[in-house]
Design a protein around this ligand. Sequence first.
Ligand code: ADP
Ligand code: MG
Length: 257
Amino acid sequence: MRVQISGLAKRYDARAVLRGIHLTIASGEFVAIVGASGSGKSTLLRLLAGLETPDAGSILLDGTPLRGLNRDARVMFQDARLLPWRRVIDNVRLGLDHAHDDRGAAALRMVGLPDRDRDWPAILSGGQRQRVALARALASNPRLMLLDEPLASLDALTRIEMQRLIESLWIENDFSAVLVTHDCAEAVALADRVLMLERGGIAMELRVSLPRPRDRGDRQFGALEGQVLNRILGRDNAAAQLDNSETNRMARARSAR
Ligand code: ADP
Ligand code: MG
């Protein structure tokens, strides 16, 4: 799904959160959004989901203005938000038309949990719960996946596993994706483009054209990750290089000892 955002603005009382965002997301593109806490990332996702209305500007979905709920989109949050009194499969089928019940099992297969369908959410690990949330999002075959820090509360290893899963599902299912994350490596691992929100606008845009799946140990990967991190921390490149050479000097000093 192609998404064209123009002049998008949102304020809460006196606080202007988004001030005229312009952004086009190509059909099937994977965009990551980074930025300080409170910079409006979740607000932007809620606007894309149609859960909030903008004060100004427009969102076009394949050329059609978004009005009300975005039925082609699904949102995934940091917490899985599963209903504890429903079994896994019924959580996945939530909101699905009964005619599409088989999609629930298919989605559970896609996330690698085909045999957990009759389990209660309470006995699953955090990573498994996020897999179920992902299956629930996939079951309706969305054309736009909105991911609001979905992996933030997982341990590092599970997070990397889930990133690989999200990437392969994105490749197989062809949806456009917008991922909000505070993890620069995650942004560089998954996104075609990394955007940074700051003071209500897009303050940085970085295209990542490394081949997939991306090798985190790769030098270019590290350089891009550093670029995003330094930008978030508000350091310019010269300062970042200085900092690097300082780090290197200390490393040399350590190894000389
Ligand atoms: P982020 O996801 O980047 O951390 P948010 O989009 O959640 O930021 O919030 C951006 C700003 O808007 C914050 O200052 C937040 O307090 C404010 N905000 C978000 N939602 C509401 C709301 N429903 N009512 C009032 N203020 C809100
Ligand atoms: Mg947020």
